[in-house]
Design a protein around this ligand. Structure first.
Ligand code: SAM
Length: 322
């Protein structure tokens, strides 16, 4: 485990927390919070993170659906299987449902929580833990490779806020050079999209994007009753393992423009969607002879729809335009 340095803002050594001043969480000081009733939670004994002191009104805009089912917490932690010599990043620790078990097992936990109202609770709950680095920051702005230092690699676990889940996922993928595995709880429909194979009606831009950079494995579903407040939808836990880099010669920007144009209108054929491309992409397509020529060179039937096209075929299509 990494030795902590003087000045680190890790709780447990009396340190403060780093605050992101650029994007402050909404203040909820105007009226006293009504206690959320956790008396029905199924954790066996009262724990500070579910006691009166933890009664913070959940914020819908921050996607706060807190896990109250300890069986689910254990299943997620078992799927992650943290090692005593590794660093785990937790995004959105909330009231610490996952954090508690993580701190027991992992060498070090770097937790990034945007809601400053939850920070004092997390500090109090885990005051005795020396292996927690708590950052009051926005996961959409954090440089993950930087905050895990001195570690150079980390794994990520999160029950992601639904409203920013795909944005966070894209950010994690962008920083995958220092992230060797992601175990994420997302809305079930999002996991279905991420893991959708060619030919499935759920397949879209996100499926191809994630497949290009990660191996995916859906682990299990989680019922709405496992959270408070109870969400309207089911959740699923998925494991994403970053793959080796794509061909360094490939123009990835062009690839994603093509995929985006290809899925622009799901009922249209790939030919018609590419013919309707605009801007720089349209210019490049024209320079290479037009949509039907590039599809023909990539051996993709012009009448196919984008959701039937495999990652290999998208890559082939992008390469015809190099
Ligand atoms: N991990 C806790 C659990 O399972 O009970 C809380 C999960 S809750 C679905 C999502 C958490 O992400 C909340 O604590 C919320 O405040 C936090 N959050 C929301 N937006 C965030 C952001 N941009 N960066 C970091 N955390 C964020």
């Amino acid at each position: 485990m990494a030795k902590r340095r003087r000045g680190d803002t890790e709780i447990g050594d009396g340190g403060g927390v780093i605050k992101d001043k650029s994007r402050q969480a909404p203040s909820r000081v105007s009226r006293p919070a009504q206690p959320e009733d956790f008396s029905s939670n199924i954790f066996p004994s009262p724990h500070p993170r579910f006691s009166a002191s933890s009664r913070v009104r959940p914020s819908k805009s921050l996607g706060q659906n807190f896990l109250i089912n300890e069986g689910v917490v254990t299943k997620i932690i078992e799927a992650l299987a943290p090692e005593s010599d590794e660093t785990i990043i937790e995004i959105g620790p909330g009231k610490g449902a996952l954090t508690a078990q993580l701190l027991e097992k992992a060498g070090r936990v770097v937790a990034v929580e945007f809601d400053r109202n939850l920070i004092p609770l997390l500090q109090a709950t885990f005051a005795a833990r020396e292996n927690l680095k708590l950052l009051a920051e926005d996961a959409l702005a954090v440089d993950f490779c930087n905050v895990i230092q001195p570690a150079t690699q980390a794994r990520v676990v999160a029950n992601l806020p639904y409203n920013i889940a795909t944005a966070v996922l894209r950010r994690l993928i962008a920083q995958r050079s220092c992230l060797c595995e992601l175990v994420l709880m997302l809305q079930r429909e999002v996991v279905e999209r991420i893991t959708a194979a060619p030919g499935s009606k759920e397949r879209g831009y996100l499926s191809v994007f994630v497949e290009a950079y990660c191996d995916t494995e859906k682990l299990f579903d989680v019922a709405p009753g496992s959270f408070r407040p109870v969400p309207k939808v089911w959740s699923s836990v998925v494991r994403l393992t970053p793959k080796p880099a794509l061909d360094p010669e490939l123009d990835e920007e062009l690839l994603w423009q093509l995929v985006s144009a290809g899925f622009a209108q799901k009922r249209k054929t790939i030919l018609n969607n590419l013919r309707s491309a605009s801007g720089k992409l349209l210019e490049i397509i024209k320079r290479h002879g037009g949509a039907s020529i590039i599809l023909c060179r990539a051996e993709i039937d012009v009448q196919r729809r984008a959701e039937t096209i495999s990652l290999e075929e998208w890559l082939r299509l992008a390469r015809t335009m190099e």
